[in-house]
Ligand binder design. Structure first.
Ligand code: NAD
Length: 333
C-alpha cells in the first residue's frame, strides 16, 4: 500500500484525497498539510490523516512514501525540490512551477538525483478521447499529421481573468497534450486576436487564435474562447496525409423534440475530465510502486512553461516567437 502525503488542501487537493482514498487501489493518504491549518484539518477528516502546516515536515515524515502537491502554482517549486532531496516520488499538479527557470531547476535536481521522481498533473494524456486519437495516429494508418485544429471554449470566466491567463490557465493543457499527441517538439508560436466578444472586458482579449508550429512542420491552431456562453467545448481534429482523425466528444443522449434533433454539450471542465483524473492518479500509484514514472515528466513541465512564455510574448508582440527549450536530456528519453 503506497502511503501518500498531500500538500495543499484546497479544491483539487480535497478532490484528490477523496479519489486516492475512496476510488483508487493500492494507495492511502496518511498525512496532509496546508499553510492554512483549518483547511488542513478539514481535509484530514476526509482521510483520517495526520495534519501539518509545514510541507517539509510532511515530506520528511517516515510514514510518507510519496507526495501529491496540490498547493497553488507559485508554491510547487519548493515542495517538488524538497521531495527530490528526500528521494520521494512526487505528483505535482500543473503547472510544475510558474517560471521556466524554476522548472529547469527541478529538471536539473531530478537528473542530479539519478532517479525518476516527478510527474506533472497534465491529465489530458489520460483522457479516453485523446488516447483514441493518439492510438490512431501512432498506428501509421493515416500517414503523417500535417495540421491540428483545436478549440478550448469555456462558458465564461471571472472578471479577474486577463489576456495572459488564456495561455497560463487555459491553453496550457493543449500545450502539453498536443506535442505528445503528434510526438513532436514545438518550434514557434503566434497569437492572432480577432475582434473581442461583447462579454469580455478591457483586460481580456477574447477569443484568441493561438498558432504553434512544430519542428517537423505541423501547424496547430487552437481557438481559445473563454466567454463563449454555450458550453465547455474541447475539440481536436488532426489532418493527416491519408485521413482526418477527430477526437470524439463524450456521448450524451440524442434528443428528438419539437422538430429538432439535439445532443448535449458539457458545461463544466470537471465533468469533462473527471475520468481522466482517476486514470491518471491510478497510473501514477501503479508506476510509483514499480519505481517508475509513466506520465508527463519534469521536462514536459519545463517545455510547457517555455512554450507558454513564447505564446504570452506573441500575444504582446503580434509576431512569431521562437520556442527554445534546448535538447531534451537523455534522462527523459
Ligand atoms: P486552491 O486555492 O483551491 O487550493 C490551494 C490550497 O493550497 C489552499 O488550501 C491554500 O491554503 C494552500 N496553500 C497555499 N500555499 C501553500 C503552501 N506553500 N503549502 C501548502 N499549502 C499551501 O487551488 P486549487 O484550485 O485546488 O489548485 C491547486 C493546484 O492545482 C494549482 O496549481 C492548479 O493549477 C492545479 N489544478 C489543476 C487542475 C487540472 O486540471 N489538472 C485543475 C484544478 C487545479
Amino acid at each position: 500500500m503506497l502511503r501518500v502525503g498531500v500538500v495543499g488542501c484546497g479544491a483539487i487537493g480535497k478532490e484528490h484525497i477523496k479519489r486516492l482514498n475512496n476510488k483508487l487501489q493500492g494507495v492511502t493518504v496518511v498525512v496532509v498539510s496546508d499553510v492554512f491549518e483549518e483547511g488542513a484539518k478539514t481535509a484530514a477528516a476526509l482521510c483520517d490523516g495526520k495534519v501539518y502546516t509545514d510541507a517539509n515536515a510532511l515530506i520528511n515524515d517516515a510514514e510518507v512514501d510519496a507526495i501529491v502537491c496540490t498547493s497553488p502554482g507559485f508554491a510547487h517549486v519548493e515542495t517538488v525540490l524538497a521531495a527530490i532531496k528526500a528521494g520521494k516520488p512526487v505528483f505535482c499538479e500543473k503547472p510544475l512551477a510558474t517560471t521556466a527557470d524554476d522548472c529547469k531547476k527541478i529538471v536539473d535536481a531530478e537528473i542530479a538525483s539519478g532517479k525518476h521522481l516527478v510527474q506533472v498533473g497534465f491529465m489530458r494524456r489520460y483522457d479516453k478521447g485523446y488516447i483514441q486519437v493518439k492510438e490512431a495516429l501512432d498506428s501509421g494508418e493515416f500517414g503523417a499529421p500535417l495540421m491540428l485544429h483545436c478549440t478550448h471554449r469555456n462558458p465564461e470566466v471571472g472578471t479577474d481573468y486577463t489576456t495572459p491567463m488564456a495561455v497560463h490557465d487555459t491553453a496550457i493543457h493543449e500545450i502539453d497534450c498536443l506535442h505528445w499527441l503528434v510526438d513532436d517538439e514545438y518550434e514557434s508560436a503566434q497569437v492572432i486576436m480577432p475582434g473581442s466578444t461583447k462579454y469580455t472586458h478591457s483586460e481580456l482579449k477574447d477569443p484568441q487564435i493561438m498558432l504553434l508550429r512544430t519542428k517537423k512542420g505541423i501547424c496547430i491552431d487552437v481557438e481559445v474562447f473563454v466567454n463563449c456562453k454555450f458550453g465547455y467545448d474541447i475539440n481536436c481534429e488532426v489532418v493527416c496525409e491519408e485521413g482526418v482523425v477527430k477526437m470524439p466528444a463524450p456521448a450524451t443522449p440524442i434528443i428528438r423534440k419539437e422538430g429538432r434533433l439535439s445532443t448535449g454539450i458539457e458545461t463544466s471542465w470537471i465533468n469533462r475530465f473527471i475520468d481522466s483524473y482517476d486514470v491518471e492518479l491510478q497510473d501514477w500509484v501503479n508506476s510509483v510502486a514499480k519505481g517508475e514514472v509513466n506520465g508527463p515528466t519534469a521536462w514536459d513541465g519545463y517545455v510547457a512553461a517555455v512554450t507558454a512564455d513564447a505564446l504570452v510574448r506573441a500575444q504582446q508582440s503580434g509576431n512569431i516567437e521562437a520556442i527554445v527549450t534546448g535538447e531534451c536530456p537523455k534522462f527523459y528519453k
